[in-house]
Design a protein. Sequence first.
Length: 251
Amino acid sequence: MSDRRDFFKKIGLIGLSGIATKLVSNEQLQALETLGQEGISSLPFTLPALPYAYNALEPFIDEQTMIIHHTKHHQAYVNKCNEIKSTDMDYQVDDITKCRQFDPSSKGKSILRNNLGGHVNHTLFWTLLKPNKEANPNLPAGKLAEAINKDFKSFDDFKKLFSEKATKHFGSGWCWLVLRNNTLVIETTENQENPFMRASVVDNDTVKVIMALDVWEHAYYLKYQNKRADYIANWWNVANWDKAAELFNSK
């Protein structure tokens, strides 16, 4: 247990290993490490720099949205994470073998789940966006393209299904392309949860996140108002499939 405790502390994913009723497998630890390796570190948590300028995703995602999203919303998650005392973090690690869901009546658990989830999800999300001034989206290639064609028949079929799920997701949350048990699937999660928080992870699933889309209103409302479908349609132009392929091909 001590090795796992050190691992979760190291990459800042203590709360994201929750919902376990038994110790997670080595494969699941590797999957969590893949999700968290993009700048998540031990306490204190810090806001990662964007790999591009705030206006680089124009005209599809506007500069003002990116500034607020990164320096206000993501920074708020980082600040909250750093308010949690180290003793509380230890408690969370000890507790992952006892609970399938974080108890919503526990303030400490709720803060950790929401804010550490927000930090991890956004840190990955920034890397899955790529500047592109023209309306000619970057497309998957190589083994990832082959897998999409195998599991969804074609990229167009995948794009349609992903867009539908992201658009119809009720309330705040995320839409994910996930490699689960060697099959690509589309999943949505509420608030700042991610596929590693799902109870099925404890049933010997292997999970790897390939693509992520933030569908919280703060990700698009300044430019698109209530038109989430328009935001999603334009997001395809800046989706970073090179990074997605890197995640797909990682061991």
